[in-house]
Design a protein around this ligand. Structure first.
Ligand code: ZN
Length: 255
């Protein structure tokens, strides 16, 4: 039986996600921005939280952990974190580890850059990627703790996943990302199609996620830093992808 995935808003623009295994009744929350909307979503479905899979230490991803652990006595999985900033952790996970949620398997990819500890979770059988603040639709996370080569390598890891995987991100930032991406690639047909779709979804007050990774590869300029046309648009013909990626990120920071 296929897993069921629910998404809902937490805090201002964070996404909360539940993934549920109907066979074993196990349910994981991907990150825990705040407890109340997660509890509400669980109660709406009649599910019990068994696991929390944390992607990185930022407060808007772990703020609800203590309360949820207290209420459900669930297992908390988190990245290796030398500074021990994430509390209440039962299991530390790193590159190549496989975390079980009931009968579901989540493969861990280390995707540092936004933070040094950032990991992403891939449910291969569900064709689902939870990339939190590494990869957004038509954007990527700010590079706070790592550097541009590190972040670009992380994006390449995610780009290597199959086109028919669905991308679930940490924030609803798509509209702002589209606006920026169009300044670099005004003639990208996939981007223009996504822009129209995002306008339609936001007008209907609907989330812009999930999205297909294959579409993202065509439309997301941050996954396209090694395209000669992107370098040319930035007047960086011949520059390597890392430098182009860095320039894109700097421009977005100032936009
Ligand atoms: Zn973050």
């Amino acid at each position: 039986m296929a897993a069921e995935i629910r998404l809902f808003t937490c805090l201002t623009d964070n996404f909360g996600y539940l993934i549920h295994d109907p066979a074993t009744k196990a349910t994981a929350s991907i990150d825990a921005p705040e407890a109340a909307p997660i509890i509400k979503a669980l109660e709406r479905e009649g599910w019990t939280l068994t696991d929390i899979l944390i992607t990185h230490h930022h407060h808007d991803h772990v703020g609800g952990v203590a309360e949820l652990k207290q209420k459900y006595n669930c297992r908390v999985v988190a990245p290796h974190d030398k500074a021990a900033r994430i509390a209440n952790v039962d299991l530390r996970a790193g590159q190549g580890d496989v975390v079980k949620v009931g009968g579901l398997l989540a493969r861990v990819l280390e995707t540092p850059g936004h933070t040094l500890d950032h990991i992403s979770y891939v449910f291969d059988s569900e064709k689902a990627l939870f990339a939190a603040d590494t990869l957004f639709s038509i954007g990527c996370g700010r590079v706070f703790e790592g550097d541009y080569p590190m972040m670009w390598d992380s994006l390449l890891k995610l780009r290597a996943l199959p086109d028919d995987f669905r991308l679930y991100c940490g924030h609803e930032y798509t509209a702002a990302n589209v606006k920026f991406a169009l300044t670099v690639e005004p003639d990208n047909a996939a981007l223009k199609a996504r822009a129209e779709e995002v306008t339609r979804l936001r007008a209907a007050n609907k989330p812009t996620l999930p999205t297909l990774l294959g579409e993202e590869k065509k439309a997301n300029v941050f996954l396209r830093a090694d395209e000669p046309s992107v370098a040319a648009s930035l007047r960086m013909k011949g520059a390597d992808a890392t430098a182009v990626f860095g320039e894109l990120r700097e421009r977005k920071n100032k936009s």
